[in-house]
Design a protein around this ligand. Structure first.
Ligand SMILES: NC(=O)c1ccc[n+]([C@@H]2O[C@H](COP(=O)([O-])OP(=O)(O)OC[C@H]3O[C@@H](n4cnc5c(N)ncnc54)[C@H](O)[C@@H]3O)[C@@H](O)[C@H]2O)c1
Length: 372
């Protein structure tokens, strides 16, 4: 197969769809790999690294879209890229189609087969191609929270780990899933006094079993949430209700009861945010003040650490990318129902129920589409 990887063109996107290691593996499997010149630069990979891995460097995205059987990317194709997609071409990337009718219609019109990272599943009910980015955002949250707490940034001027004779920062993590667990581990590692709230007792039992000595757990009733929030220096929002906007767990009125200069890091901002006063910010201008409480609400946190994020994503996508290249998408999906769950669009038809429901478009089952 000819596998192509163009430079990401979405603003502020520095990741790249294939690492040199992914290219090396694809070449070792007998495939040709084409990388756009400079595609890896934002993540710290030189063209020479790809050449050493056996890939070919081409100058333009046009050449890649014109020749590749499969396009491997990070972000959803932008309007100009969608125009270049061809009938029968395979696209493997994040798509997030449900809130994006324009992209959905363009992909349907292209005739391409589109497999979305975010809907590929695993045996444990997880989303293996979303998890690495949640791990990154979770581990980054205490780091940016610690920075936000610094006096010059408007914070309380509290050091995460304290010092001998001075207690540590109190950190509350709301939601103990992938983001919350990684956030709690790092905050505890920085020496903070950490409590994780969740509404799932099963999850709380797991966290207590595995991390009992590292951080505390508490049930996320409204009463517990606000009581612990009032005592916290840093609050990390990490909840997810699948398929729904994030619930608002701290209202504007309740900000008055928090410690002055406390920091809120709302990782759930990509689902609308879990604090009433959250609004999406960028890496250029990440924090703002509401009633003396500092908010950090960057919607694409992994972009801040593009190299780590690229390698983490590449580790997760590589086995699927190789299966698609080795077997062709039909056989790869027939052999792996979790990969089949990633199929969103095929030959002008939508194949993912939730997207069809959100956009009012007819859907056919992937098992039917695969025969077409
Ligand atoms: N901003 C970013 O760059 C970025 C990056 C990655 C993930 N995210 C977002 O972070 C959020 C968390 O993702 P995840 O992968 O950890 O999800 P997850 O499903 O692994 O965990 C979510 C947890 O929230 C808990 N929960 C749900 N409602 C709750 C409530 N009312 N109170 C307390 N806990 C509650 C669930 O029981 C679950 O354990 C999502 O919104 C995700 O989209 C954002």
């Amino acid at each position: 197969m000819m596998i192509g990887c163009p430079t990401e063109i979405k603003p502020q996107e520095f990741r790249v769809g294939m690492t040199p290691n992914a290219a090396r593996e694809a070449v070792a499997h007998g495939h040709d790999v084409c990388i756009q010149a400079g595609a890896g630069a934002g993540a710290g990979f030189e063209d020479a690294d790809y050449i050493a891995a056996g890939a070919k460097i081409v100058d333009t995205a046009e050449e890649i879209f014109a020749t590749a059987d499969m396009i491997v990317k990070v972000k959803e194709p932008q309007a100009g890229e969608r125009k270049m997609l061809r009938d029968g071409q395979l696209l493997f990337t994040y798509l997030h189609l449900a809130p994006d009718p324009e992209q959905t219609h363009d992909l349907l019109a292209s005739g391409a087969t589109c497999i979305a990272y975010e809907t590929v599943t695993d045996d444990r009910g997880g989303l293996p191609l979303l998890a690495p980015m949640s791990e990154v955002a979770g581990r980054l949250a205490p780091q940016v929270g610690a920075w936000t707490l610094q006096k010059a940034n408007g914070g309380r001027g509290v050091l995460m780990g304290g010092v001998p004779g001075v207690g540590p920062a109190r950190v509350l993590v709301i939601g103990g899933g992938v983001v919350g667990t990684h956030a709690a581990k790092i905050a505890a590692g920085m020496g903070a006094d950490v409590t994780v709230l969740d509404r799932s007792l099963t999850r709380l039992r797991y966290l207590d079993d595995v991390f009992g000595g590292t951080f505390k757990t508490s049930y996320a009733s409204a009463g517990n949430t606000i009581e612990l929030a009032q005592a916290a220096d840093l609050i990390i929002g990490a909840v997810l209700v699948p398929g729904a906007a994030a619930p608002k767990l701290i209202s504007r009125a309740q900000l008055a009861d928090l410690k002055p200069g406390a920091a809120l890091v709302d990782v759930a901002i990509d689902q609308g945010g879990c604090f009433e006063t959250s609004k999406a910010t960028t890496h250029q201008d990440p924090i703002y003040d509401v009633d003396g409480i500092m908010h950090y609400c960057v919607a694409n946190m992994p972009g801040a650490v593009a190299r780590t994020s690229t390698i983490a994503l590449g580790n997760a996508t590589m086995p699927f990318m190789l299966a698609l290249a080795d077997k062709g998408w039909r056989q790869a999906c027939l052999d792996d129902p979790h990969l089949m769950n990633g199929l969103n669009v095929h030959a002008g038809q939508l194949t993912y129920y939730a997207v069809g429901k959100a956009l009012g478009i007819d859907v056919i089952a992937p098992s039917v589409a695969i025969k077409g």
